[in-house]
Design a binder for this molecule. Structure first.
Ligand code: GAL
Length: 684
């Protein structure tokens, strides 16, 4: 039986934030410990300044011990103890971890891989997003919990499941296949339209009926990229329907508390379409982990935070999970350096998060995550981690007054899209080592170094009022987005479109007549051919005023039909042809960048775009100093994060919240430290 398609009930924006001030705490899994340890937990939580814990995320097997048999007494006691200690609770529906008894009774709920193998019990998210059987059990469990705890005074927020799709993103079973076909019928109506949208004339893969369509199961040769893309879209929607079913079960009993789930917004395209999901959570929440081998992790933290904020810059969001130190799922799990925890957490607060939570409160001694860091480490409280957790708790209290404020309107919007990322990632492509994230991070890094704030927004975001609009590698672009970007330029924005943008339409069909298709007319260029570079290759480029630079990874054969050439290729097959261009458009301009430029060369281009837009870097943005401003109710706060190992003086006047000092004109940010100044000389 096909399941219902996702409903479109919107976010409830007016529900109270779960804590007074900023939220601080983490996932709390007390079922792993005896009650004596649980009593110690709350005492230490108070010492650390914890005011919110996410409870029960993986507790299904401890709550429903057999089909319909509930043991809720332990949860009652934990909730009461937390309440007595004034620690608020984000209560989870534990659907991310189905119990063993459920898998044994209904092995058909386990997802099936591309190769047709049904996964076994014992992992996480072991359920098919289209399974009506799983749905029935999950909704029943959510209803039982919501009915019992909906009025509990400690429960201030509901947390449905955990990281939807982070383990069951795609299921290729027959139930999923039927659900996929019903989704396709909804999208295309009939098989003729589907055949046209997918270009099934290629290899003669024309379908006689939508009933003949299968998910993109394993095959030795390449699959149709339009099919791959639609399966990604469908999978995101199928998971969203699961989220909605549980959320609605909770809302039946709980009307005045926000319901959410945690996203995984980092640099790459998501496992779900976050822009679409964002409309269905009452508070947007994110999990953000340190990537150990990232050469510039602090910029990646900012990138993730700017993406979360960009989903709706008008409201604070919540950092639902990050780590106090090392994780356990990367090849080499680096511990955080002293001070890095504070910088990572407060980067998110500076960029609009009204809280910072961790996975998890107490480090597990057993189980799959026994070597993942936690707020309370194996070694106990005589540790760097614990000391920094306590210091961060103090900092979060000291910063309490920023709660409810938002980041000052960003002059720059950077368009970034999970769906366009999938389209570029799936199927055979000219370049398999270059992702949309590379292009987006390159531009973001240049702005980050200048202290220019940028909202990373989905394609359909309102662009009005932006001084600069960046369109990095937006491979799939619909006509509405292209029109909105063109109209932003006409109204005065400086638009920078990079290589790969506008290449295909929403059906994943190449726009003919020259690449950059959706943006070609706006930029006044005609892109004839891609010239992909090998790992070891670089190509010299030159600016119109004679500066030398470098391109790597990607170049294109471009003609400036109706644009001024600002940079050219200086060697190789493309020597003398444009590398980047500018076209005056109405009150603004459109730039086209055809190459992945080395950092110093790209910085020059971005500086030119900023200058063209009349944007200047804040005076405080010295090298390695991150500057972000939050504003609200007539006040403003300047966050300053020192990523260097030197003390750096900056200009500031007001009151510094973390050291509780008045500042008159100048403030020294100690090496590796964070400061937040309530500004005396600015209105919010
Ligand atoms: C998250 C997950 C947590 C924990 C964490 C470890 O993705 O939600 O439950 O597993 O990763 O880094």
């Amino acid at each position: 039986m096909p399941l219902d398609l996702p409903d479109r009930r919107a976010t409830r924006r007016d529900l109270p934030w779960p804590t007074r001030g900023l939220a601080y705490g983490g996932d709390y899994n007390p079922e792993q410990w005896p009650e004596s340890v649980q009593r110690e937990d709350v005492a230490l939580m108070r010492e650390a300044g914890v005011n919110l814990v996410t409870l029960g995320v993986f507790s299904w097997g401890h709550l429903e011990v057999a089909d319909g048999e509930w043991e809720l007494g332990w949860l009652d006691r934990v909730l009461d103890r937390l309440h007595e200690n004034e620690i608020m609770v984000d209560l989870a529906t534990p659907s991310a971890a189905p119990p063993i008894w459920l898998h044994r009774a209904h092995p058909e709920i386990l997802p099936v891989s591309r190769t047709g193998v049904r996964y076994a019990q014992g992992g996480r998210l072991g359920w098919c997003p289209s399974s009506p059987v799983f749905r029935r059990y999950a909704v029943r469990m959510a209803s039982v919990l919501a009915a019992r705890y909906g009025d509990h005074p400690a429960v201030r927020m509901w947390h449905v499941g955990n990281e939807f799709g982070g383990g069951n993103r795609h299921c290729y079973c027959d139930v999923s296949a039927a659900h996929f076909r019903s989704w396709l019928t909804d999208r295309y109506g009939d098989v003729t339209t589907l055949n046209a949208a997918w270009g099934t004339a290629f290899w003669g893969h024309r379908y006689g009926s939508i009933d003949e369509v299968l998910p993109p199961r394993d095959s030795e040769s390449a699959a149709n990229p339009s099919l791959l893309l639609d399966f990604d879209r469908f999978s995101s929607d199928a998971l969203l329907a699961d989220y909605q079913a549980e959320r609605d079960a909770v809302r039946e009993h709980v009307r005045d508390r926000p319901v959410t789930t945690n996203f995984m917004v980092q640099e790459g395209p998501g496992v779900v379409d976050h822009a679409a999901w964002s409309e269905h959570v009452d508070i947007r929440a994110n999990d953000h982990y340190l990537i150990a081998d990232d050469p510039l992790p602090e910029e990646e933290w900012a990138f993730g935070a700017d993406r979360m904020r960009g989903l709706d810059p008008s409201r604070p969001w919540l950092l639902m999970e990050h780590s106090t130190s090392a994780v356990n799922w990367q090849p080499r799990n680096r511990s955080k350096a002293p001070g890095e925890l504070m910088r990572h957490s407060l980067t998110h607060v500076a960029r609009g998060a009204d809280g910072a939570l961790f996975f998890q409160w107490r480090q597990s001694v057993q189980g799959a995550e026994q070597f993942h860091s936690a707020m309370l480490p194996h070694a106990g409280t005589r540790t760097k981690v614990w000391q920094e957790v306590v210091e961060l708790g103090q900092a979060m209290r000291a910063l309490g007054e920023v709660a409810g404020s938002t980041v000052a309107p960003a002059p720059v919007a950077l368009l970034y899209d999970d769906v366009a990322g999938w389209a570029w990632q799936r199927g055979q492509k000219p370049h398999h080592d270059l992702s949309a994230a590379h292009a987006a991070r390159d531009l973001h890094r240049a702005l980050w170094r200048r202290g220019v704030t940028c909202d990373i927004v989905p394609p359909h975001a309102d662009l009005s009022g932006r001084a600069v609009v960046l369109v990095p590698a937006l491979y799939l672009t619909d006509d509405a987005t292209a029109a909105a970007v063109a109209s932003a330029a006409a109204s005065g924005a400086r638009v920078l479109v990079t290589y790969l943008s506008g290449t295909v339409d929403p059906d994943d069909r190449v726009r003919t007549g020259g690449y950059a298709g959706a943006f070609a007319a706006l930029c006044g260029v005609y892109v004839e051919e891609f010239f992909v570079l090998q790992h070891h290759e670089t190509v010299a480029v030159r600016t119109a005023d004679g500066h030398a630079g470098t391109a790597r990874d990607w170049t294109e054969r471009v003609h400036a039909d109706d644009a001024t050439v600002l940079g050219t290729y200086a060697e190789g097959h493309l020597a003398g042809l444009p590398a980047w261009t500018r076209r005056a458009v109405g009150a603004g301009a459109a730039w086209y960048l055809s190459a992945r430029l080395a950092e110093s060369t790209l910085t020059r281009v971005v500086d030119d775009v900023l200058a063209d837009a009349g944007l200047t870097a804040p005076a405080q943005a010295a090298p390695g100093i991150e500057v972000v401003r939050r504003v609200g109710e007539g006040r403003s706060w300047m966050f300053l994060i020192n990523h260097t190992d030197r003390d750096v003086p900056v200009a500031a006047t007001g009151h510094e919240l973390l050291t509780r000092q008045d500042v008159a004109g100048s403030l020294t940010i100690p090496a590796g430290a964070v400061r937040a100044v309530r500004e005396a000389d600015r209105a919010g």
